[in-house]
Design a protein around this ligand. Structure first.
Ligand code: PMP
Length: 356
């Protein structure tokens, strides 16, 4: 039976990426060696890193004066690394979920943090609005897509200070204006590749302004100077990321992907609004994530939750159980998720409705 992969991350990858990784696991670039057993300094792998960086710049229209890095340590390391490199005195953070809260916790180790707003009062089921960002903050940090709760900032916020963004779960899903950001970071394991690589886009001019000594591995400049080869990069994940970037370019780039993502999300939210058994968790329409669609069963059918999970599983749906802090269901519909899988999910919801 065909499986429809709705896991939140690690999550679905394009068939193209998996196929190319499978081939390179045996014979990488005609070397007769696996991509896992060649030197990261071999000309074949250096070409992979260079091409991956070039494609990130091309696909996100990264302006001059920015560096693209492939690091390790996940987005969680960036919670600390970004303030270590950028925070002189004070930074502003928007608290929109568990990952924002974790970013705030780390940043507080470095300097004064102003939490400009939080939606914790409502279990993070909306994006706060109308907050004031202090003009003397060094930067304003956002989590553009809240993987667990299913909310998103679908446009770059207006801010008097540069933005820093955790885009782990929506990078490459929509066009962004990189020039508004000092740092963008994203764990690879949603829209890019397997876990083990972390994409960082950093504005070169934003660096070198803090007085504190920065440990070598936590210093962006270290990795900029060595083109992400200061130490051994995660060779296999970076190779896989490159394949996804090639696939994305062939699909028409981020612009084309954004259209498909809107189509997929609209199909699913429309069904959740229509089907009497279900309701979307996020009631504020403009805050709804196009990547992680969270939903529950309506109160009168709440006891059907387990039955629906079993039914959907029997139809090939995988990974739809909601995060424990939200409950219900979560369908993660990242870039690589075909429209047909979203339709299959909707089909399962409609079929289940008929059984009630
Ligand atoms: N930020 C967001 C928005 C996430 O979804 C996650 C989970 N992948 C993280 C940060 C943490 O990422 P990592 O596991 O790569 O440290």
């Amino acid at each position: 039976m065909k499986k429809h992969n709705f896991y939140a991350g690690p999550s679905i990858l394009p068939e193209f990426t998996k196929q190319k990784v499978a081939e390179a696991a045996i014979d990488f670039a005609g070397t007769g060696l696996s991509v896992m057993e060649v030197s990261h300094r071999s000309k074949e792998f250096v070409a992979v890193m260079d091409k991956a960086i070039e494609l990130v710049k091309e696909l996100l229209h990264v302006p001059e004066g920015y560096s693209v890095l492939f690091l390790q340590g996940g987005a969680s390391t960036q919670f600390l690394m970004a303030p270590y490199n950028l925070l002189k005195k004070k930074a502003a953070y928007l608290n929109t979920g568990s990952w924002s809260s974790k970013a705030i916790k780390e940043a507080k180790l470095i300097g004064e943090i102003v939490e400009v707003a939080s939606s914790k009062d409502a279990n993070f089921n909306y994006i706060p609005k109308g907050f004031v960002i202090p003009e003397d903050a060094d930067y304003f940090h956002i989590t553009s897509n809240n993987t667990i709760f299913g909310t998103a900032l679908l446009t770059d916020p207006v801010s008097p200070v540069p933005l820093v963004a955790d885009m782990s779960s929506d990078i490459f899903s929509r066009l962004i204006d990189v020039s508004k950001y000092d740092v963008i970071y994203a764990g690879a394991q949603k829209n890019l590749g397997p876990s083990g690589a972390t994409l960082v886009i950093v504005k070169d001019d934003a660096l070198g302004k803090v007085d504190r000594p920065i440990p070598t591995m936590l210093n962006y400049q270290t990795h900029i100077d060595k083109v992400s080869m200061f130490n051994t990069p995660s060779v296999l994940p970076v190779f896989a990321c490159l394949q996804t970037l090639i696939w994305l370019k062939e699909k028409g780039g981020v612009e084309a992907m954004e259209k498909i993502n809107i189509e997929k999300a609209t199909l699913l939210y429309d069904e959740l609004d229509r089907n009497i058994l279900f309701e979307p968790n996020i009631k504020v329409v403009e805050d709804r994530s196009r990547m992680n669609v969270t939903f529950v069963m309506t109160p009168e059918y709440a006891e059907q939750e387990k039955a629906f999970l079993d039914f959907a599983t029997s139809k090939g749906m995988v990974g739809i159980k909601g995060h424990r802090s939200v409950g219900g269901f979560r369908a993660s519909i990242y870039n690589a998720m075909p429209v047909d899988s979203v339709k299959a999910m909707i089909g399962a919801m409609q079929e289940f409705e008929q059984t009630i």
